[in-house]
Design a protein around this ligand. Structure first.
Ligand code: AMP
Length: 225
């Protein structure tokens, strides 16, 4: 099973991606994580990518595309969930070309839809529990609102991640994501058109619901096929 997942920062893409990964036992190929590993490992690739990442810019396609295609070859033989790639039209076209050339099927493309303002609010509302980062707390999401000033799960102290409060950085990332001419939404729509021609299957999910209701919808859409 080979799956692509799209969703803006703040849409819950990580959570839904985990569900897919576990259900089908997929290799999780996440472009941002591969870059971070290379940076901490001090590799040539990491050195080349670091300045772009620090600025919140995309790493150039000449570096990113071969990196992802090589990783798919090396780690994706038994199915993959590709996350964070493609981020623009060029990457989408190159990926599709490479899959066709290798005779690989793209089983599903999942897009989590969320209005830009909601995504931004969610990121800025995230709170981290000092005892456990996985305790969900968000001052703008009713279902996981903190208990006053403290963690809703364990009562631990809450903090924020500095990049979650950097409005400029959030806007820059969302500018790329919501660009439907050449950016990430354009890449997602490229696959939607392929789905219309029967070349893959496209599942669009409304990201405004609760985590559980989105999970349920995703599972039922997968099972229907
Ligand atoms: P992420 O963890 O997905 O937010 O990615 C972190 C950073 O890695 C991004 O802000 C980009 O600088 C870089 N990056 C990740 N994926 C890509 C991609 N597909 N194309 C170009 N740059 C990327």
């Amino acid at each position: 099973m080979n799956i692509l997942i799209f969703g803006p920062n703040g849409s819950g893409k990580g959570t839904q991606g985990d569900l897919l990964k576990q259900k089908y036992n997929l290799a999780h190929i996440e472009s941002g994580a591969i870059f971070r590993e290379n940076i901490s490992g001090g590799t040539e690739l990491g050195k080349k990518a670091k300045a772009y990442i620090d600025r919140g810019d995309l790493v150039p396609d000449e570096i990113t595309i071969p990196m992802i295609l090589d990783t798919l070859k090396a780690k994706g033989a038994h199915g993959w969930l590709l996350d964070g790639f493609p981020r623009n039209m060029v990457q989408a076209e190159k990926l599709w070309e490479a899959l066709k050339k290798a005779g690989l099927k793209l089983d599903y493309v999942v897009e989590i839809e969320l209005p830009r303002e909601t995504a931004k609010q969610r990121i800025m509302g995230r709170r981290l529990c000092a005892n456990n980062n996985n305790h969900p707390n968000n001052i703008y999401i009713e279902a996981i609102k903190p208990n006053g000033e403290v963690c809703r799960v364990c009562g631990g102290a809450l903090t924020t991640r500095s990049d979650d409060q950097d409005e400029k950085a959030i806007n820059k990332r969302h500018d790329i994501y919501y660009d439907d001419k050449t950016g990430t939404l354009a890449a997602a729509h490229f696959f939607k058109e392929l789905a219309d021609k029967g070349e893959t299957r496209y599942i669009a999910l409304n990201g405004e619901g609760s985590i559980d209701s989105i999970k349920e919808t995703l599972l039922s859409r997968l099972e229907k096929n």
